[in-house]
Ligand binder design. Structure first.
Ligand code: ATP
Length: 270
């Protein structure tokens, strides 16, 4: 961590190579994010206003958080993270205060990425929430709108919001200058699953009988998070068998694979 004007900040270590699949998406993010942060002077010279917010949507466990960290790493930007659910559960006024404070810290530490997880909890369409808590959500949303609009003068800050319920996001947030870009982060297809399995077995010694292509074929509907879990569990099964084991074999992957049921359904993929 480095210290910028009294604020302790961290640049994530995650790189694009740590994320399997999603080639096109990575390219889009690179263009939208790295350029304006790295060349903010060139952008203002040309009179182009950079993207201020990006909404990432898609099923859980498919790398929205990891992508946001990779964006921050690539741009060598400080990473701040907020959870909509956490803000929502705070005492009256505390959530708004934390929201304002986090934007303020991000401004001080710019270039910054502010990652806003479970954004729909705070940014839900007005009037959608249940009656007794509607005001909490509305106040948080209005604070968020004010802060997003305040980013106009702040160079080098980008808000990345994540949700698996994009339809629930209030339309006011989707206007230009707020979340200018909406990107879908899909569950991994066959090739992506193969790449993800490669990422998460990088530091593992695999037996000659392990065929990650076959494992990828056999894990339709698995999310990135579930594939990561599968690799870890396979290693644990190998150790449980023999605590001095050095190699993870196909049988270990098989045992774990057969004990798991993916959380996604066919509908999530279509
Ligand atoms: P949530 O909506 O639940 O917050 P998310 O979409 O933000 O989920 P992440 O938190 O980024 O997902 O991913 C969870 C874990 O799964 C991470 O530890 C990450 O390493 C792994 N993972 C997910 N997708 C990939 C991927 N494409 N490549 C490599 N690892 C992945």
């Amino acid at each position: 961590p480095s210290i910028t004007r009294g604020v302790t900040v961290e640049i994530p270590k995650v790189t694009w190579e740590d994320i399997g699949g999603l080639k096109e998406l990575k390219k889009k993010l690179q263009q939208a994010v790295e350029w304006p942060i790295k060349h903010s002077d060139a952008f203002s010279r040309m009179g182009i206003s950079p993207v201020r917010g990006i909404l990432l949507h898609g099923p859980p466990g498919c790398s929205k958080t990891t992508l946001s960290k990779a964006v921050a790493h690539a741009a060598q930007a400080s990473f701040f993270s907020l959870s909509g659910a956490e803000l929502y559960s705070m005492y009256v006024g505390e959530g708004e205060a934390l929201l304002r404070n986090t934007f303020q810290r991000a401004r001080l530490a710019a270039p910054s990425i502010l990652f806003f997880d479970e954004a729909d909890v705070v940014a839900a369409k007005r009037g959608d929430a249940s009656s007794n808590s509607a005001t909490v959500g509305e106040r948080l949303l209005s604070t968020l709108l004010t802060e997003m609009d305040g980013l106009e003068e702040a160079k080098g800050i980008l808000v990345l919001a994540a949700t698996n319920r994009p339809y629930a996001i209030d339309a006011a947030l989707m206007r230009p200058g707020r979340f200018d870009l909406v990107l879908y982060v899909p569950p991994p297809d066959l090739e992506a699953r193969y790449e993800i399995l490669n990422v998460h077995t990088r530091n593992m010694k695999l037996g000659n009988d392990v065929n990650l292509r076959r494992v990828a074929e056999d894990t339709e509907l698995f999310t990135g998070a579930e594939l990561e879990g599968l690799c870890r569990e396979a290693g644990i099964v190998a150790l449980r068998e023999n605590i001095s084991a050095t190699v993870v074999c196909d049988c270990h992957f098989q045992v774990v694979r057969n004990s798991l049921n993916p959380a996604l359904t066919k509908e999530d993929i279509d």
